[in-house]
Design a protein around this ligand. Structure first.
Ligand code: FES
Length: 174
């Protein structure tokens, strides 16, 4: 067990959150309730925007799992945010096939346009820029995911401008 998790206090979840956890756990046999770990972490992130060490510990306690086992899930899947992120999380694929087809250039262009480095969040809290592993759409490179759900393909500099400017306009930040 990591030192971090030994010292962390488990988060106490609201009744509403616990009810959502219970609905996920009910989908599995009682002795396999740990199978609901991904769903419980997704609920935490949906409600809090990220999965803190305290929340990981709370989920671990709820499911009867070692905290490190929950931490392994959180860190394996990059859809789980391990720190607070901006309103729009942009994940640009830089795996090899995409890198050979301008994935790295798309990431660099976004770094310049947003004035942040990969892994950072803009000062206005609007955008977080991250790399991602293969998104399963290598032929459409450069590709990116917005908020873990919306896939954007063939992201030329023009299309990146349209995306960022459109999101800013939607938030009244232009
Ligand atoms: S390598 Fe980028 S989508 Fe597959």
């Amino acid at each position: 067990m990591s030192a971090t998790h030994q010292t962390v206090q488990a988060q106490a979840f609201s009744e509403a959150t616990l009810a959502r956890f219970a609905r996920e756990v009910a989908k599995y046999p009682a002795e396999q309730k740990q199978s609901a770990v991904m769903a419980c972490l997704a609920i935490v992130q949906q409600e809090q925007g990220w999965v803190s060490p305290e929340a990981e510990k709370g989920v671990a306690d709820y499911l009867g799992m070692p905290p490190i086992a929950v931490h392994e899930v959180t860190t394996f899947y990059n859809m789980y945010n391990q720190k607070p992120v901006g309103k729009f999380k942009l994940n640009v694929c830089t795996n090899l096939p995409c890198t050979l087809r301008d994935g790295g250039k798309a990431l660099q262009y976004l770094e310049q346009k947003l004035g942040i480095h990969m892994g950072e969040t803009t000062a206005d809290g609007l955008f977080t820029l991250q790399q991602s592993e293969c998104l399963g759409a290598c032929a459409d490179s450069p590709v990116m995911l917005v908020n873990d759900r919306h896939m954007c393909s063939f992201m030329s500099h023009d299309k990146l401008d349209q995306l960022i400017d459109g999101l800013k306009a939607a938030e009244g930040k232009v």
